[in-house]
Write a new protein. Structure first.
Length: 203
């Protein structure tokens, strides 16, 4: 999993509340278990008409938000059915961080397990960042996970809270497999003891 430290990117506003996972990545695109290639289907039915043409009023079809790395979202983002494809699609599109007043629990867990940072802020602070986004290409935010700080385009900083364990995993690029491999010496030592104590288990 890619480490998350500090990065600066364009922030795109997607203010709709209760944005469910089927809107983030429609169910018809869940046939693959690959994490790559899903970005083109992110918000598919919101971004494109049935004939495949872009809907010009959707924010990610507008310059400069086509290159957004941060989403500013409404409350309860990621509700609905559980699907890891939702964070996969966001990451494949280029989104590294999503900032909003609240997130659905299962989506929240899936996002962190896949290296997508979710930041929960009071609605008033999210609204202020949404206003910043009106600056277009100048609506760049710097997200500093180590110091738990968002720096706005004008230089003002917003502090955010995050679970220490999730922060540790993102800073070190550790998913569930990485966390297990970090204990490889203890696992090897245990298996060596088992071979001595119960040799019949190993043929």
């Amino acid at each position: 999993m890619k480490k998350f430290t500090t990065f600066t990117g364009i922030a795109a506003p997607v203010p709709a509340i209760n944005m469910n996972t089927d809107k983030i990545i429609p169910a018809r695109f869940l046939k693959t278990i690959k994490r790559s290639g899903l970005g083109v289907s992110l918000f598919k039915d919101l971004r494109f008409d049935p004939d495949g043409s872009e809907k010009p009023d959707f924010v990610l079809n507008q310059a400069p938000f086509r290159d957004a790395a941060i989403l500013l979202v409404g409350e309860n983002f990621g509700c609905g059915s559980s699907r890891e494809h939702a964070p996969w699609a966001l990451l494949d599109f280029g989104i590294r961080c999503v900032i909003g007043p609240s997130f659905a629990d299962i989506f929240y867990n899936n996002a962190f397990k896949n290296g997508l940072l979710l930041i929960t802020l009071p609605q008033a602070e999210v609204d202020a960042l949404m206003e910043d986004a009106g600056r277009g290409a100048n609506a760049r935010l710097t997200v500093d996970l180590e110091n738990q700080r968002i720096t706005r385009a004008g230089g003002a900083a917003i502090a955010f809270e995050i679970d220490p364990f999730r922060r540790h995993c993102l800073l070190n690029g550790l998913d569930d497999i990485g966390l297990t491999l970090a204990k490889a010496d203890k696992i090897d030592a245990y298996e060596a003891r088992q071979r001595v104590a119960r040799p019949w288990l190993y043929g």
